[in-house]
Every structure is written in C-alpha cells, then in structure tokens.
Design a protein around this ligand. Structure first.
Ligand code: B16
Ligand code: MG
Length: 223
C-alpha cells in the first residue's frame, strides 16, 4: 500500500468513543446509590469512566458518610444488580447510537486494510457492539473477563494488538478516559484522546469529539 502502510491496527475503547453508554452506566449506578442512600451525581460518575464494574462499586460506596462494609458476596450481588439494570438499558441501543463520525472513520480504516479491535473494560462490549450493528467490522473484541489487570495497565491493549498480530509501535488507541490513555501509552501505542485537551496531558493527540477523527490525518503520523 502507500504511505499509510506502516499503521497496522486501531484499537478502540467503546463507552465514550464508539457510543455513549456512559449515560446508561450512570442511570444504573444512580439507582443502586439511591437504594443504598448514598449521594451520587453525574459529576461523580465521570470518575467511573473506563473503571471496572467492581472498582466502580467501591468508588460509589466510598461516597457514603459512613462507608458500609459488605462481604465479598454482598459486593458481587450489588454489582450484579447494577449490571442487570444496565443490560435492560442497553437493550435500547441501535445503530443510531453510534457517536458522530464513527461510522465513516471505521469505514475508512477498513478500506485501507488496517485492522481494528475493541479494547473495552466492559464485559457487555460484545452485546453493545452487536446492537450497534458493527460487529463484523472488528477483527477482535478483547474479552475483558479474561484479563488480570484493569486500565491503566496496558494488558487490554497489548492483548488486542497480539490478537491482531500487530506491533504496538504501529498501533493507535482511541480513548475517552485518563486511565485508558495511560494504558495505551504504557502499551507503547499512539494515544488519541476524545475530550478536553486539559484533561489529557499524556495523550499524543486530543480531539474534542469523535467527528474530528480522520483516518488520513492519523495514518500520516506513521508514514
Ligand atoms: P461493565 P470502556 C467501561 O467501558 C465503562 O467506561 C465503565 O463505566 C464501566 O464500569 C466498565 O466499562 C465496565 O463495564 O460493567 O459493562 O463490565 O470505557 O472501557 O469501553
Ligand atoms: Mg471509555
């Protein structure tokens, strides 16, 4: 191929990059917080982006005036309840829920023969991608349930690159969470952050929103 040939793969975070399921995570956690009488807000919910289900629950409980001490089993039950609420909400997801520009960006990557993967902390990633109607576009969806370490550990991005037989040096990771950007950098990849520049000092490139993602601009950085 031409000048874009050295870019081997693009690994995408899901929530906040491909679709905005963060709102559904918020609604489900809010219901649990209300039930437990713990204060919770959209602002606090920002801290849960990219964070695993159990770590999110721990953060939520830390907001109680007297943080409760639950057994491991009780913690599992609370996390399961939140997940059931979340799954009811994602049942409503359709292809119209792709964030702006994502459909074109994915199509461009595919057209240039560059591989694509999903590196999401969500154990519901497969279901969400299916409902968005884009499952066949991706060469791998990393199974978060099989990982030992959460973002900012690079494991999820390295696992994705290995599955695609790609050298991390020639991979791009796209994220909307600070822990995710740190995971991409720790994996030795080029990190694109979606959000406000001030929030992502470690990213190689920060774009305000997904409609600014351009395959040609990114591929040039590898030529
Ligand atoms: P689940 P991402 C993350 O997805 C979400 O940002 C985070 O809010 C959520 O707690 C986490 O997945 C786990 O999700 O409960 O569905 O396994 O941003 O890494 O795509
Ligand atoms: Mg995310």
């Amino acid at each position: 191929m031409n000048q874009t040939s050295s870019l081997q793969a693009v690994l995408f975070d899901l929530d906040g990059v491909i679709t905005d399921t963060a709102e559904y995570h918020y609604l489900a956690w809010n219901a649990i917080a209300e039930e437990l009488g713990i204060p919770f807000s959209r602002e606090f919910n920002e801290n849960l982006k990219g964070v695993s289900r159990m770590d999110s629950l721990k953060l939520l409980l830390s907001q109680a005036s007297t943080p409760p001490s639950y057994t491991d089993e009780e913690m599992e039950q609370l996390a399961d309840r939140k997940n059931k609420l979340y799954q009811e909400l994602i049942d409503k997801v359709t292809p119209a829920d792709l964030l702006p520009g994502i459909a074109d960006f994915i199509a461009d990557i595919k057209r240039h023969g560059v591989k694509m993967g999903i590196a999401s902390a969500s154990k519901n990633a497969q279901a969400v991608i299916g409902r968005l109607g884009i499952a066949d576009q991706f060469d791998v969806i990393v199974d978060a349930a099989k990982l030992k370490n959460n973002k900012p550990d690079p494991e999820i991005f390295l696992t994705g690159a290995a599955a695609l037989n790609a050298d991390p040096k020639y991979c791009i990771g796209v994220e909307d969470a600070v822990a995710g950007v740190d995971a991409i950098k720790a994996a030795g990849m080029f990190a694109v952050a979606i959000g406000s520049p001030a929030a992502f000092p470690h990213a190689d490139l920060v774009l305000e929103n997904t409609s600014q993602l351009r395959f040609e601009d990114l591929a040039k950085r590898f030529s």
